[in-house]
Design a protein around this ligand. Structure first.
Ligand SMILES: *[C@@H]1O[C@H](CO)[C@@H](O)[C@H](O)[C@H]1NC(C)=O
Ligand SMILES: *[C@@H]1O[C@H](CO)[C@@H](O)[C@H](O)[C@H]1NC(C)=O
Ligand SMILES: *[C@@H]1O[C@H](CO)[C@@H](O)[C@H](O)[C@H]1NC(C)=O
Ligand SMILES: *[C@@H]1O[C@H](CO)[C@@H](O)[C@H](O)[C@H]1NC(C)=O
Ligand SMILES: *[C@@H]1O[C@H](CO)[C@@H](O)[C@H](O)[C@H]1NC(C)=O
Ligand SMILES: *[C@@H]1O[C@H](CO)[C@@H](O)[C@H](O)[C@H]1NC(C)=O
Ligand SMILES: *[C@@H]1O[C@H](CO)[C@@H](O)[C@H](O)[C@H]1NC(C)=O
Ligand SMILES: *[C@@H]1O[C@H](CO)[C@@H](O)[C@H](O)[C@H]1NC(C)=O
Ligand SMILES: *[C@@H]1O[C@H](CO)[C@@H](O)[C@H](O)[C@H]1NC(C)=O
Ligand SMILES: *[C@@H]1O[C@H](CO)[C@@H](O)[C@H](O)[C@H]1NC(C)=O
Ligand SMILES: *[C@@H]1O[C@H](CO)[C@@H](O)[C@H](O)[C@H]1NC(C)=O
Ligand SMILES: *[C@@H]1O[C@H](CO)[C@@H](O)[C@H](O)[C@H]1NC(C)=O
Length: 535
């Protein structure tokens, strides 16, 4: 593959030709914002939170030049950006996971990320992948449109106005929150939940709720995106059922529900029909942390007070007059993950045959420090040399080449990998570089080796014995070191992570090798030269 970074390839963001290159210039700065009425310094992309919507068409390439102008010392001042859900074939060097696929980008430096979309289309997002930095604001939506979407006949409108971001929000900075936590405090609990960047906290001002405008008689493809670091959002719209057609960038058969949980990092496309009386309707985005909507650790947090408004053209500009719902209406249908059926090639890799490599990941808190998390008794700790650099420059190819605390497992190429997660409910495991088939969903149902859901963030379950553990399968067709971690960002920080080093010799050479550019080669030299407060 020829790697071209010349600007002559760049077309404008409205490019429609198949295989176009979409370019954005990003400037990362710190500035004060008040999404829930509380003013704090945050880290912003081009001055906004959530960050800019990135759109492209299936088959395009995306180039995003990230310039680091982060100068607020209460937050991390280096950065890296992960493109969540984009598989990045032959492009692991642009996956953006600090110390797995790159060193962070230092202050006053830039890095031009290139995203390779391949055949992927759907709803994605991006976020800082340096420690817990995305808590401070570096997170936003990505939509890859498919001009030939096989489900296009099911909806009329699918544009920037139908992208709905759900985010937890914190008043202390991530560094402050982490310092208090590890000094014996509680795991950080958000102060508020935001829908499209606005929300409220207990005792705070009545910030106007976000409004989603619709016109009677029209069908809308809403793209729900959790930008969350911890909270899970239960999403519903009064008097409107939703038809789920996509989970995490993978098209699924239409599935009608009234309410859907969106875990940190998960995305869904749901179709709604504006066929009710012209009026305003409550959109509920009930936020839970550890399964609860209140917390003794943060009295600002009120998960049941996260709302938005579905506004029909012709209705008043006020809030709905109906009372806010207090839960699923009688007879309402709650989404169950195991009911999802992929639209295309639904079988999991290997069908019901034994997998080639099986991993049994038991996760738990450290017996002597409940703030720290382990997988099979190992707390993941970021190495100082990124996994990819160790594979490319230092010839690492075996598990034993990596330090124990890197929790790194070598995968053979063209193999069926099966991973079972055991250790408790409520975690959200994400794998970079692949979507996976959820052959056993924590939502229940029997093991499904015929047509199970396919996605990239999955809930963990309570036990391995009652069909409520979680088992995933994927095929190793994408050489690269891929991070596997809990998407509750505080848990990742506390070690709930592993790395799959997929086909190291294939990364090093051959037709699927990863060939970083000169800018990538310099990242570590520049970063390692920084004083620790700037790292
Ligand atoms: C990225 O931005 C920097 C300025 O911050 C600029 O010097 C550089 O030329 C840009 N690179 C690309 C590929 O656009
Ligand atoms: C970045 O530039 C600013 C302003 O020119 C300077 O004060 C700062 O020291 C620079 N940072 C680094 C890491 O060189
Ligand atoms: C961080 O914590 C310190 C000490 O508790 C406090 O003085 C400061 O205001 C906090 N800063 C932010 C941005 O939360
Ligand atoms: C929705 O419509 C109102 C007018 O009723 C308008 O003020 C508002 O800007 C619209 N919101 C969006 C997101 O388009
Ligand atoms: C909306 O649903 C509620 C509760 O199910 C019901 O009482 C109300 O009549 C419905 N509103 C309309 C306009 O249909
Ligand atoms: C509104 O649309 C939904 C979903 O398409 C459908 O199930 C329902 O019957 C429709 N209701 C009315 C009153 O037309
Ligand atoms: C939390 O929000 C709900 C819904 O708006 C409200 O009824 C409740 O009083 C709030 N709780 C507190 C402690 O303010
Ligand atoms: C919000 O979640 C809590 C806890 O699960 C539940 O009791 C409550 O009914 C939910 N409210 C809504 C509006 O979904
Ligand atoms: C996985 O590990 C757990 C805990 O160590 C154990 O109970 C279970 O039997 C193991 N499962 C398999 C399939 O090895
Ligand atoms: C558990 O925590 C203790 C105290 O912080 C530490 O000494 C020990 O190495 C940790 N164990 C694991 C498996 O990480
Ligand atoms: C991996 O290590 C084993 C010994 O532990 C060695 O025999 C083997 O050659 C190594 N494999 C590669 C590909 O280097
Ligand atoms: C490392 O820092 C020194 C002094 O700040 C500077 O002269 C040198 O150019 C830097 N090296 C790199 C690779 O950035």
């Amino acid at each position: 593959m020829v790697r071209l970074y010349g600007t002559f390839l760049s077309l404008c963001v409205t490019a429609v030709a198949h295989g176009a290159t979409v370019s954005q210039q990003w400037s990362l700065t710190a500035d004060s914002i008040a999404p829930d009425g509380f003013t704090r310094s945050a880290e912003l992309i081009n001055g906004i939170f959530p960050g800019p919507l990135v759109t492209a068409n299936k088959g395009d390439s995306i180039t995003i030049n990230v310039t680091n102008s982060l100068f607020d010392s209460t937050m991390r001042r280096s950065t890296s950006i992960h493109w969540h859900g984009i598989s990045q074939p032959r492009n692991a060097d642009n996956d953006g996971a600090s110390f797995v696929t790159q060193c962070p980008i230092a202050q006053n430096n830039s890095y031009p990320y290139k995203l390779v979309l391949g055949e992927q289309a759907g709803t994605f997002w991006y976020h800082s992948h340096l420690s817990t930095q995305y808590v401070d604001g570096i997170r936003g939506p990505i939509v890859i449109y498919d001009p030939n979407d096989p489900q296009k006949s099911l909806y009329d409108v699918d544009d920037a106005t139908t992208v709905i971001t759900l985010a937890d929000w914190y008043h202390p900075t991530a560094l402050n929150a982490t310092t208090s936590w590890f000094a014996g405090g509680a795991e950080p609990v958000p102060d508020s939940g935001l829908v499209n960047g606005v929300g409220r906290y207990n005792g705070g001002p009545e910030v106007p709720w976000a409004r989603i405008n619709v016109t009677s008689g029209t069908r809308y493809r809403l793209r729900l995106i959790s930008l969350s670091a911890s909270g899970t959002f239960e999403f519903s719209i009064s008097n409107h059922s939703m038809t789920v057609i996509e989970a995490d960038g993978v098209a699924h058969e239409p599935y009608i529900v009234d309410s859907i949980p969106v875990l940190p990092g998960q995305r869904y496309s749901v179709i709604i029909t504006a066929n009710q009386t012209v009026d305003n309707y409550w959109i509920s985005a009930n936020q839970t942390v550890g399964g609860a909507t209140t917390s003794t650790d943060n009295s600002n947090f009120n998960g049941s007070n996260t709302w938005a408004v579905l506004h029909y053209s012709g209705a008043s500009d006020a809030d709905p007059t109906a009372s806010q719902p207090t839960g699923l209406a009688d007879g309402g249908i709650e989404f169950e993950e195991f009911n999802l059926i992929p639209l295309n090639d639904p079988a999991p890799p290997g069908g019901s045959n034994a997998a080639d490599q099986v991993f049994n990941f038991t996760f738990a808190t450290n017996a002597s420090n409940a703030d720290l998390w382990t997988i099979n008794d190992v707390q993941y700790k970021s190495p100082s040399v990124p996994t990819l650099l160790n594979i490319l420059a230092n010839g690492f190819t075996n598990d034993s080449d990596f330090a124990t605390t890197e929790n790194t497992f070598v995968l053979k190429p063209n193999s069926v990998i099966e991973v079972t997660f055991t250790g408790g409910a409520g975690h959200a495991f994400h794998l970079h570089g692949h979507t996976f088939s959820v052959v056993q969903s924590a939502s229940g149902g029997n093991a499904n080796y015929v047509n199970p859901p396919r996605r990239d963030v999955v809930a963990s379950g309570t036990s391995s014995t009652n069909n409520q553990s979680t088992t995933i399968r994927f095929l190793t067709d994408n050489p690269g070191p891929w991070f596997l971690h809990c998407h509750i960002d505080w848990h990742l920080e506390a070690g709930l992570a592993a790395v799959f080093a997929e086909d190291p010799t294939g990364i090093q050479s051959g037709s699927q090798s990863v060939v970083p550019n000169a800018k990538w080669e310099q990242l570590c030299n520049v970063y390692n030269n920084l004083t620790s407060d700037l790292q």
